[in-house]
Design a protein around this ligand. Structure first.
Ligand code: SAM
Length: 239
């Protein structure tokens, strides 16, 4: 886990022996399950450390130190796939409630397995689409931190994510490439869902061959009850 340890160090994170052991186990299980179900195209030991584990941990750069200690701090990861970025973050921060939303049943089964294997507490898998889970009182406007990586372009993505965010909380989108146009196209949707773009953080690490960004969107108003619209509509007809 040398690549992960070094990269995490650059983010100001010192991984302890227990955490490194969990990342090792996570890698082994990911590769094992990937033989049977399609979890990831990235399987090389070094590439998984950088492109999955370290990339997931970059979301820490959008956290305010003291909030993580708060007993009501909670995290939801929408469209988590094989657990990114939610599971690496949970390995780092064992305390807060973590909900993993994933509609593909086989991926949800892997998530359930890995939670048990890594002994992650206070973690729940929801085998559902964001358009459905986002209307349930158990999840709607309940989370201080909403995460989502590689699920949709920003105009659709905010409809899938902001309904989960409580007022005063934040949605952090991980993006790369040409973000300016994506941001300007999402302006109307962000406002309609009760959000406000507050910061764009540039992430540049030697472990990555490209520049990455964290788009931080604050939740300032409640999301109108008509959002999210029916399954498939946010991506087909973004606001
Ligand atoms: N976040 C993971 C990552 O970065 O490795 C997985 C990314 S994968 C490209 C996109 C994931 O989003 C898939 O696992 C898919 O099932 C999930 N997804 C797609 N549409 C969704 C929706 N409407 N609600 C929740 N999850 C969705």
């Amino acid at each position: 886990m040398k690549k992960l340890i070094e990269g995490a160090g650059k983010l100001g994170i010192e991984l302890n022996a227990g955490q490194i052991k969990r990342f090792e186990l996570y890698y082994q299980e990911l590769i094992e399950w990937n033989r049977r179900i399609n979890l990831t195209a990235i399987t090389d030991y070094s590439a998984v450390q950088a492109k999955h584990f370290l990339d997931s941990l970059t979301v820490t750069q959008a956290l305010r130190g003291e909030e993580v200690e708060s007993p009501d701090f909670s995290i939801v990861d929408i469209g988590t796939g094989a657990g990114f970025p939610g599971v690496p973050l949970k390995i780092l921060l064992p305390q807060p409630r973590l909900v993993l939303i994933e509609p593909t049943t086989k991926k949800a089964a892997f998530l359930q397995h890995i939670i048990g294997k890594l002994e992650l507490e206070n973690t729940e898998v929801v085998n559902s689409r964001a358009e459905e889970a986002g209307h349930l009182p158990l999840y709607r406007e309940q989370f201080a931190l909403v995460l989502s990586r590689a699920v949709a372009l920003l105009p659709a993505l905010v409809e899938l994510t902001l309904p989960f965010c409580r007022i005063g909380g934040r949605f952090v989108a991980q993006k790369k490439g040409e973000i300016d146009q994506e941001i300007s196209r999402a302006e109307r949707a962000v406002a309609a869902l009760g959000g406000q773009l507050s910061q764009v953080k540039r992430i540049e690490l030697g472990q990555f061959s490209d520049v990455r960004y964290l788009l931080i969107i604050d939740k300032i108003y409640p999301t109108p009850s008509k959002y999210p619209r029916r399954p498939g509509i946010p991506k087909r007809r973004p606001i």
